[in-house]
Design a protein around this ligand. Structure first.
Ligand SMILES: C[S@@+](CC[C@H](N)C(=O)[O-])C[C@H]1O[C@@H](n2cnc3c(N)ncnc32)[C@H](O)[C@@H]1O
Length: 274
């Protein structure tokens, strides 16, 4: 993409989390500044491209499972991102065709791109919103028109909470969202981790994101587990105890083969509100 195609509100001189991720996934929605930053990330941690694909796999398998197996018909996906294919609404509709989805993102580039993609897509809308402002998201009239919050929903927070600083208290934010949802609702979440990565490499990647629109806050498995406080984690794959797992493993037919170097960059889980 050239700077001729800069949507309103987008600064093409600062890398953005959404455009970097798009670059890792082989997309086309990025600027020179994103490509330079992404190449630095690739030099520090070549397996991050694989991590992005593993994360997409988690998103797609969990959304389909939530619709097909857990009976969820309403999805709220915050931090939707730029990917063009097999997004939450498509994966969920593969599980149940009557699923309704509301996406949110705070990046104007993502919003411009996504709205052009989902024109004429039934039961799916895309809104501007910031995860750190739950009151604005939960009271958005378009969300309230589209979904019935007296019925269960799935909240998808996939590869977004590692852009939330400790000062913004991601655990409190998630608690606020889940408190608004009916019993039987679910949280599906993935989050970058420091656990399986050399601290030197994690620091190099973190420093590259220092100069981006969103900074990276990798967390330990215990800190990520705390984000599910008050919820009941489901088993991530056949034969596994309920709990967190690396992103490649969730819902995998062959978990051993799925646990790649990229998969180990993030933990994920799906949990039910009792
Ligand atoms: C790595 S992408 C993940 C996209 C998608 N959820 C997935 O996992 O494939 C992270 C997305 O979160 C968005 N994001 C970051 N911080 C956010 C915030 N505070 N509120 C809403 N969206 C945010 C970014 O703009 C970006 O599109």
């Amino acid at each position: 993409m050239t700077t001729d195609a800069v949507p309103p509100g987008v600064d093409p001189t600062i890398p953005s989390a959404g455009r970097l991720y798009d670059y890792y996934l082989g997309g086309t929605e990025h600027f020179e500044v994103d490509r330079r930053a992404a190449e630095l990330v690739r030099m520090a941690a070549p397996e991050l491209e694989d991590a992005a694909w593993a994360n997409r796999g988690f998103l797609q398998r969990s959304a389909k499972w939530l619709a097909a197996e857990a009976g969820i018909r309403q999805f709220i996906d915050i931090g939707a991102g730029l990917p063009t294919r097999n997004n939450t609404h498509e994966a969920a509709q593969a599980g149940a065709s009557d699923v309704r989805t509301v996406y949110f993102d705070n990046d104007p580039m993502v919003i411009a791109h996504a709205r052009s993609l989902i024109v004429d897509t039934p039961h799916t809308i895309f809104l501007s919103g910031d995860l750190r402002d739950p009151d604005a998201i939960l009271n958005d009239p378009a969300l309230r028109d589209h979904l019935d919050l007296s019925q269960p929903v799935a909240l998808m927070l996939v590869a977004v909470c590692h852009f939330i600083a400790d000062e913004d208290d991601p655990q409190r934010l998630i608690g606020r969202y889940m408190s608004e949802f009916a019993s039987g609702s679910y949280l599906a979440l993935s989050h970058g981790t420091t656990e399986k990565t050399s601290p030197v490499i994690a620091e190099q990647v973190r420093e590259i994101y220092e100069k981006a629109t969103e900074q990276l806050h990798l967390r330990s498995k215990a800190e990520i587990a705390n984000l599910f406080t008050g919820l009941e984690l489901v088993s991530p794959y056949d034969g596994a105890e309920p709990g967190l797992t690396h992103i490649g493993l969730w819902g995998a037919d062959d978990p051993e083969a799925a646990d790649s170097d990229g998969s180990r960059w993030a933990f994920c889980g799906v949990a039910r509100k009792p």
